[in-house]
Write a protein that binds this ligand. Structure first.
Ligand code: BG6
Ligand code: MG
Length: 218
């Protein structure tokens, strides 16, 4: 029985995926590495240090930096990212998401967040929707990031619901994999998420009625 909806943040609730890309592009440029939007698809859902490692590998510089240097690079990227997200307000909520959250609460379901981002709690506050969330999984306490199911399982556990009673919503391939491994019903946003149980092109198409229909057909 459906009891909860567990959302990814970046690229699902707000378009921070683009801001992450801007900050990573600046970081990569400093290192003489050029990344584009198609490479950025591989960074979606991947944690901060994991993203840096992928950029270094892509630029053929995987073994060029010490751990301390990598930590500093990741911190600099995060400082730039924090500057970019400092301007976020409720107008940055992606289309369809606010009414969806309202309908979910109205329908008596719970809402959780399963984001790899350590900035997620402050972004939810800036968007003015933090109070809709009954649980926010903490990526600082997660051993294995997406595509491991851990972050989705933690959100379900805080909500006191079984994973099989949850719908997970994601915009990244690794996120869909994590939802499926957690044993949840996977909703994908974008046209490239072939493994999703239900796929929509944009958040505009995410309505409670459509999600319930897809759930009932599963
Ligand atoms: C994920 C994003 O939600 O969070 C990734 O899709 C990002 O692009 C990751 O790297 C970690 O975010 P942060 O804010 O902790 O650096
Ligand atoms: Mg995402």
């Amino acid at each position: 029985m459906l009891k909860a909806f567990i959302f990814d943040l970046d690229g699902v609730i707000t378009d921070t995926a683009d801001l992450h890309f801007k900050a990573w592009k600046k970081c990569a440029e400093k290192l003489g590495i050029d990344i584009d939007l198609s490479f950025n698809e591989q960074l979606k859902g991947v944690d901060r240090m994991g993203s840096l490692e992928r950029i270094l590998e892509y630029g053929g510089k995987a073994n060029h930096f010490s751990i301390e240097e990598k930590v500093r690079l990741a911190e600099e990227k995060n400082d730039d990212y924090k500057e970019l997200i400092s301007k976020i307000t409720s107008v940055d909520i992606l289309p369809g998401i606010y009414p969806l959250l309202v309908r979910i609460i109205g329908g008596g379901f719970k809402i959780g967040l399963a984001s790899a981002s350590k900035n997620a709690p402050s972004i939810l506050k800036s968007l003015g929707i933090d109070e809709f969330f009954n649980a926010t999984a903490d990526p600082n306490t997660i051993d294995k990031g997406k595509p491991a199911p851990d972050i989705f399982l933690q959100a379900a556990s805080i909500l006191h619901v079984q994973p099989s009673d949850c719908i997970g919503i994601e915009d990244a391939n690794v996120g869909i994999e994590a939802i499926k491994k957690a044993g949840m019903f996977a909703v994908g946003i974008g046209d490239h998420l072939k493994e999703a149980d239900y796929l929509v092109k944009s958040t505009k198409e995410l309505t409670l009625d459509k999600l319930l229909k897809a759930w009932n057909k599963r």
